[in-house]
Design a protein. Structure first.
Length: 573
RNA sequence: UGCUCAAUGGUGUAAUGGUAGCACUACAGAUUCUGGUUCUGUCUGUCUGGGUUCGAGUCCUGGUUGAGCAACCA
């Protein structure tokens, strides 16, 4: 297979240049560093595809590292789901690391900073510290504790770790520059005291925890990361990332990494993913879940990996989508339509076609004997290698109410008592002869005659009809619950809107209907196949309706399908 | 009124000083046992002023617009 010619994104260009220049001995190492405080969403997938993709493409390694420096928010529940989602997406990490693996090294490093006069213990309140920070346009002012003697800093920091100091009473701050135009250089906090929550891995071992800025770059360095790739909001952190590493890397303290004095990790930033009609903020997602506005993290309307999976998105479709949108430094907004297009493109190759009637009306074939017949239909037309299924054909069928019009105009070429021939999918050609209505004028039964010589696949069935309609046999049809999903929000960019984002939710984002489906669907009403610990989703196309996936709520008696995406509809009424 | 980053059709993304291309969307037509798919075609773009150059989307410079930055979050 020829691979499609694709230009390199700007990160790949940097990597190739580094490789050519022999940086880091030609070693490529990345990491995916989630905080285990929530479920992965499609924005994370963009980062995952970058981090794992670079390593794969350039014979490097990508490690999974949990950035677990804040026990208040983190939990093993999230660790497990993150690992599962990454495997489901089809990526493989080298090692699993935790920032908490480095708490000892980080603590010693902090002590080194104190001894070198580069850090001090501040006893002010959070409010005081914030106030002294200044604003982007005004320089900050120094803390009264900034010039505390080294010995005192040392003693207090140890007291913090020993549990002798109350939470919030003291922090360890880097002594850098209170007037720096980059706010992150105004004596950033390195350590804070957290005793209220045990850490999900280290338990009560630590009473002080490093902040992101004092943990992330160092962790990269300890592991030997060469390209530390993250999103654009960390651009302003990069000088601090470099500053902290500068303090100990190189000749003097090379022992902290397994690599030589030349080794340096570098941070690069790309644009994060935004998609129309959704939110990508973990905070907002958590709120939707907590307040029951969606059914959970895996609600099929959520942009989480588990939500998309339950919605019927395949890992391949999600990865294709990410590959289509690319990586730049421009913050934009991706059309939700592109995601839907990608999943249709993916599913159309493999999803077996099945008939289901959503708004059924009875069709009686008046010249049919009533003796039922088994029809064999291909799962995907023109692809016999993808299997066949059996349908029952008989005198009484359900068809879609919208497929019959008593008085049709010239644009309507489905069933109408106007002499026009219409094909029943995979079966016979029929002509409508009339209909029956109830007192309200609502059609209750459509009558038609069929041509017994016109069966699909036979010579008599070769003649053209303008329309083909779907049907299921009344006596063997099964009831199926179909959950029809639509965009979660009714506005394109909920985050740009003033006020409460919850008021922007689309009230029609979920409709539940019962439809009549052909009996072959009964086969999927059992537990899904599990491969490598990952349950396999079963995808279908309900003809003319869209792509659907079997929902885990399905039982032996009750089949539930989620609509992944509708089919495109170019027929405007 | 600080620092940082960015600006190419409606959207996303290429072009790395040499013909502005691709995908999605939209619209037309052809094909079709899904009004789906497929195929073909059409519309629409380099934020702006100046400069360098034989030649600028690309380099320099001024402006404009947008985004990020003032958590004991990551």
């Amino acid at each position: 297979m020829e691979t499609e010619e694709k230009s390199l994104n700007f990160i790949e260009q940097i990597v190739e240049k580094d490789l050519q220049e022999g940086k880091n001995d030609g070693r490529i190492q990345t990491r995916f560093p989630p905080e285990p405080n929530g479920y992965l969403h499609i924005g994370h997938v963009k980062a995952i595809c970058m981090d794992f993709g670079i390593a794969e493409k350039y014979n490097g390694v990508c490690n999974l590292r949990f950035d677990d420096t804040n026990p208040v928010k983190e939990d093993t529940e999230y660790v497990d789901s993150i690992e599962h989602d990454i495997r489901w997406l089809g990526f493989h990490w080298g090692n699993i690391y935790y920032a908490s693996d480095y708490f000892e090294q980080l603590y010693n490093l902090a002590i080194r900073f104190i001894k070198e006069g580069k850090a001090y213990v501040d006893e002010q309140t959070a409010e005081q510290i914030a106030e002294q920070k200044g604003t982007p346009t005004e320089p900050g002012t120094a803390s009264p504790y900034r010039d505390r003697p080294i010995e005192e800093n040392l003693r207090l920091f140890q007291a913090m770790q020993n549990g002798e100091i109350e939470d919030g009473r003291m922090v360890l701050r880097a002594k850098i520059d209170m007037a720096n135009p980059n706010m992150h250089f105004r004596d950033p906090i390195m350590y804070r005291i957290i005793t209220t929550h045990p850490h999900h891995r280290t338990g009560r071992r630590w009473n002080v925890y490093p902040m992101y800025d004092f943990a992330h770059g160092q962790s990269d360095y300890f592991e030997g990361v060469t390209h530390s790739i993250c999103t654009l909001e960390f651009v302003v952190h990069r000088p601090l990332y470099d500053y902290f590493i500068d303090q100990f890397a190189g000749e003097n303290f090379a022992g902290l990494s397994p690599y030589g004095p030349e080794y340096r990790p570098h941070q690069y930033e790309f644009n994060r993913l935004n998609i129309t009609y959704t939110v990508m903020s973990k905070r907002k997602m958590l709120q939707l879940v907590k307040e029951g506005l969606v059914a959970g993290w895996d609600d099929p309307r959520m942009p989480t990996v588990c939500g998309l999976r339950r919605r019927g998105y395949t890992a391949q479709a999600i990865r294709d989508f990410i590959s289509k949108i690319g990586y730049t430094k421009v913050e934009g907004m991706i059309d939700l339509g592109l995601l839907e297009h990608t999943v249709r493109e993916n599913l159309k190759e493999t999803a077996p076609r099945v008939c289901a009637i959503f708004d059924p009306v009875k069709l009686v074939i008046t010249n049919h004997t009533g003796e039922s017949e088994t029809i064999v239909a291909e799962n995907i037309d023109g692809h016999p290698e993808l299997g066949t299924r059996q349908m029952t054909f008989s005198r009484e069928l359900y068809i879609e109410r919208g497929d019959f019009l008593e008085q049709a105009d010239k644009n309507f070429y489905r069933l109408s008592p106007n002499g026009r021939e219409v094909r029943l999918k995979s079966a016979y050609i029929i002509q409508a002869t009339g209909c029956e209505k109830d007192a309200d004028g609502r059609i209750t039964t459509v009558y038609a005659t069929y041509d017994p010589e016109s069966k699909s696949g036979t010579e008599g069935g070769n003649r053209k009809t303008k329309a083909t309609i779907n049907w299921v046999d009344c006596s063997t049809a099964i009831d199926v619950e179909a959950r029809l999903y639509d965009r979660l929000f009714k506005v394109e960019n909920p985050s740009a809107e003033e006020g409460d984002f919850r008021e922007l939710l689309n009230p029609d984002s979920l409709k539940v209907v019962t439809c009549k489906a052909e009996s072959s669907l009964r086969e999927v009403m059992h537990k899904p196949q599990v491969i490598d610990g990952i349950a396999q989703c079963k995808h279908f196309q309900l003809l003319k309706q869209g792509y659907f996936v079997v929902d885990p709520d399905t039982t032996d008696e009750h089949l539930v399908l989620n609509r992944t995406a509708s089919l495109k509809d170019n027929w405007q009424k």
